[in-house]
Design a protein around this ligand. Structure first.
Ligand SMILES: [Zn+2]
Length: 110
């Protein structure tokens, strides 16, 4: 597979990748802390120029974990890489959809 460059990640954020590449980037973001760090950098750069990238990301809910995966996160159970990804998704991406889902899951546990 081709390396994930800043250009690829920029296209990814702008939803300008063909489906096959999109899936590959998604997998790389989930699997690699380095790719996530690079993605954060690119998002920070893009957000300086234009304020819509984070909004697009959140609207599209591109990489939302499943409810099961969020449940695992609440219990701190499961694959550590996946838990780190969920943390990244919630805290760095700040996905309001997953945050709401998480709040709901936490309420159910009480
Ligand atoms: Zn989400």
């Amino acid at each position: 597979m081709a390396p994930i460059t800043r250009e690829v990640l920029r296209d990814y954020l702008h939803d300008a990748l063909p489906d096959v590449e999109l899936a590959a980037v998604e997998r790389a973001v989930r699997a690699s802390t380095e790719v996530r760090a690079l993605l954060e950098e690119v998002m920070a750069q893009e957000d300086r120029g234009e304020h819509t990238v984070g909004a697009i990301w959140r609207r599209e809910r591109v990489s939302c974990p499943t409810r099961d995966q969020l449940g695992g996160y609440v219990l701190e159970a499961g694959d550590p890489e996946l838990l780190e990804y969920v943390r990244f998704h919630l805290e760095e991406i700040g996905c309001p959809y997953c945050q709401a889902n998480l709040d709901d899951l936490k309420r159910l546990r009480q």
